[in-house]
Design a protein around this ligand. Sequence first.
Ligand code: ADP
Ligand code: MG
Length: 562
Amino acid sequence: MFQPQQNEPISEPISEPISEKEQYTGQDARRMNILAARIVSEAVRSTLGPKGMDKMLVDKTKDVALTDNGALILSLINVKHPAGKMIVEIAKTVKSEVGDGTTTAVVLAGELLKKAEELMDQGIHPALITDGFEIARKEAVGYLDELKFEIKESDLRNVAATILHGKVVKKDVDYLADIAVNAIKIGKEKDNIYINYRPGGNIQSTDLIKGVMIDLGKRVHPSMPKTVKDAKVLLIDKEFDIKKMDKAKIEIRDPQSMSAFAEYREKILKIAVDMIARSGANVVFCKKNIADVAMFYLAKAGILAVRDVEEDAFKMLSKYTGATVVSNANDVSPSVLGYAGFVEESRIGLEELMYVTGSSDPKVVSILIRGGSEKIALEIKRRMEDLIQVLSRAQREKDVVAGGGAVEMEISKRLRSFARKLKDKKQLAVNAFADAVEVIPKSIAYNGGLDTINVLVKLRAEHVNGRERAGLDLRDGEIKDTSKCGIVEHLSVKKQALESAVGVANMILRIDDVLISKGGRTKLPAARQMQAPPMPPTPPGAMDFAAKDGKIDLRHVESILK
Ligand code: ADP
Ligand code: MG
């Protein structure tokens, strides 16, 4: 089913696009939409929970990605049907809003649609179903607020471990959870935590660095110092070179003017390096390339320089050292420099990396993920990003709910007794909602190889007997108070998953026409058509650090040097 395509890794649509011949109305439209949405939902259901299966995604180059990350799978597979796409969209929303809970949202949406279809088969109008679902959603969100409890700072680790459980082996869960919690303690916000990965070693050689780590960062010249203490850091975001010529000054037509230009270029670059040295900078990080001549002069001046620093690392450097990024040699002055106690080139395996540490305001931390292969390391990096997002919220808002299906079972129980109070057919929809929510514990149990009926019956009994936090612990397959054994989930994640699932299910249920507009594209009213603002023209010479507006203003440069 999954087949390759360049850039858009999986090409065969997993639900067919609608063609012009297939325009549906009323019941047909709704059923086709439900079917498409459910196919997408089913595609990730087996990945839910700590024992979820991995999916193997293959692209055109036959490259393989192994993951059980619901959001990632949905972003990679090619879903063509509009209703299927709506499901993919909610996964993206949940991921960007809260970082976790995507599979839960998608699986729940699929189950709600399944239950809705059963009600439609009994002749219940979709409008009644969506109304009932809406009532149930409000109730359920209210229950979540009643069921939440606060965790202590020391319990953050449990939140981390619950997210990681099953996704990596037990001993690695503890190790990575500690790294994530320590990172968040220092960095506070996810924006202060830089995550990168380097294949090789094992997961337990993943490192937390109190500072910025530049992967593959090395000195551009072997005679530059390997270590600089008390570093005054200059950050350049343009190419350290002169390429654009001021045509009025030199025209390259023959070998003479070639060498004249080379001489001129060398002179300017030397001046630029002199200016850097005068400012007191002893470390230079450049986002782009550094010309050979400039490297030479920088080395001669005893300055450590690193080129091609990756965007995110570059931003972190500015934050960490307090340096102001410059684009032009004329702007170099002591006031734009940042500070780091220590800049050091090191080596892992065959490749270098550069550590920038010892800032006076050490809010920035880096995590260097290691793993036996590119795929493992990359997958762990993705997990770590989700984890950091949840933790950065969890340490501000400490509300959590019991995981392992506990909170879903309680919602389901409370909704059933609430439904009894409803006098009309909405009662059926609320009951259907209550059934649908049980898909979460059911799928976790199923994916864990347990007898789902058995587990559900036991869980229901526990909840009827007032044990609100009874859930399934897949580590030993037992039913217990999951909050006591550290299986807790952040309230925001559960709320977002629930809201998004109901939102998309209702949206799909409300559609009763699928129309294909002429030309294959639906024309939106003018107000909804968004136009991208025109890009500003790139100023000439903007790439050149040592040139200003394409012209090299020697007089200006030299007057600064005087
Ligand atoms: P999502 O993308 O929705 O976060 P996951 O695959 O991460 O999906 O699974 C999350 C579910 O797994 C949550 O309901 C969580 O409570 C549950 N879970 C996590 N750890 C355990 C565990 N040890 N035993 C049982 N359930 C667990
Ligand atoms: Mg998760």
